[in-house]
Ligand binder design. Sequence first.
Ligand code: ATP
Length: 559
Amino acid sequence: MLYSKLVTIYGRVENTTKTLEKTAILADFLKNVAPKELEEITLLLQGLAFPEYDARDLGLGIQLAIKAISSAGGSSIDQVKQLWKKTGDLGETASQIMGNKKQATLFSRSLTTSKVLGNLHKLSELEGPGTVDRKISLLKELLASSNGEESKYLVRICLNDLRIGIGEGVMRDSIALAFDVDKVAVQKAYDTTTDFGEVAQLAKNGVNQLAAATITTGKPIKVMLYQKARNITHAFERVGRPGALEYKYDGFHIQIHKRASKIQVFTRRQEDVTKQFPDIISMVKKQVSATNFILDAEAIGSDPKTGKWLPFQHISQRIRRKYDVELLAKKIPVVVRVFDIMYLDGKDMLLVPFKDRRKAIEKIIKKSQQFAPAEQIVTSSDEDGSRFYKESLEKGNEGLIAKNLEAEYKPGSRVGYGVKIKPIMEPLDLVIVGAEWGTGKRGGWLSSFILACKKDDQFLEIGKMGTGIKEKEDMGTSFKELTKLLKPLIIADEGRVVRVKPKVVIEIAYEEIQKSPTYSSGFALRFPRLIRMRPDKNLKEIASLQQVKTLNLNQRHNN
Ligand code: ATP
């Protein structure tokens, strides 16, 4: 297919905010895509070069994209950067630069989607000396064959940020509408394959094929998530008595896949992190006695000397680390707790009741301190539940998860088959001392805010927040409103970052206070989000460093 044809669709979808319209445009388009192109077009519609579960990435950052735009468009790097500062979107920047270029090259009309995808795939394969230059020239080649509009989407795809509002829901509904199949069936097939390309292909072949989409080792499935319960009694109301209670660990979610001798580890976002965790691979080899399986588990960091479990932040560096992996594995060893099983030796376990999935886990795992089934009790008693909750918190966990013993595994959903119980941290009043200009949809607005607490008459930074703020004005505190409040308070302009006079007080919720060298207070809020503006509070009333220290000490585990 000509790339220009796809770009027309990108444009039409971007130009409407109405989900139903987006769906209709896409369905109409997908219906007429040739079967052999359907997978690749579906990928590109989502702005992807590989299916979600595929770990390969293009490895092309903003700086390389700037160089490619500069070189293809005949503008200096500074000019590209200046324009980017103005537009807040490197795709739009490319569009303006390439659009201004006089000669529309001859082959611009013949750029195909296969050529685009081919070059993107090549980007991910490059390694070793000369890689940077070759990456730039692969993008440059595509840009040189594109007009303004085409360049816009090329750059956005390269930066993994298509931004035309095709999320999971729109994609699902478009496939359902295009091939006249049920949305629920499309969603189910997607949750088990994590690949809309494959789902579109199956849907085109009819509802039976779609229903036959099965989980396969090597392709991570979407994880099941849990709702919140207020306390143990409420949790039992949700999952029934007796229920299974398990520690809610403060690590990160991993999905372990094994097919014969091939073992892979994926994160909750379907990234392949097998290389980063040789220690987990060797535990699985030694301690799980089955040939093919998919397990849900949590990896928790532990202190190499005491064996004590550590909060998530300690282990987070292991997820990204590409070098000295073995060394880091010794420094920050992990403990693994397996809490679910979705596939076992040829059998799809999704519809098997949880109590039997748990039995299967216990049967195939040879327990050790390092690798074991999740700590669990099965009980009907609030008292036992409360005791177990306390024990879990004392061990440094986040709380408990209560699970319905009869429930199936529902990929990708936040269903009531389990509920989590966690202590809630009290909110803090803080002042905004700086902010960052947004990009894309948030271009022209301040979109990330630097927060501070106080120590005497000093303001000490404690984190950055961009969550809880609305894009539309009528729905609560908006980016526009905050920008309007803060703009007159700007005292220093450091490019994308500005410093503002401390004046605007806001109330912030968060999950935890961590020690952190990044901020001048020595602490950082984990997952801060805006609750409300506090114009009624003055600077004397904001949280003090002492208060922050006390909260840090009193939370379920300190660090
Ligand atoms: P949170 O930020 O509280 O972890 P969440 O939105 O990330 O919430 P939840 O649905 O609340 O996700 O909880 C599911 C996550 O909890 C899983 O992805 C897993 O990583 C983690 N978890 C820890 N212990 C367990 C357990 N025993 N059973 C299931 N999930 C667990």
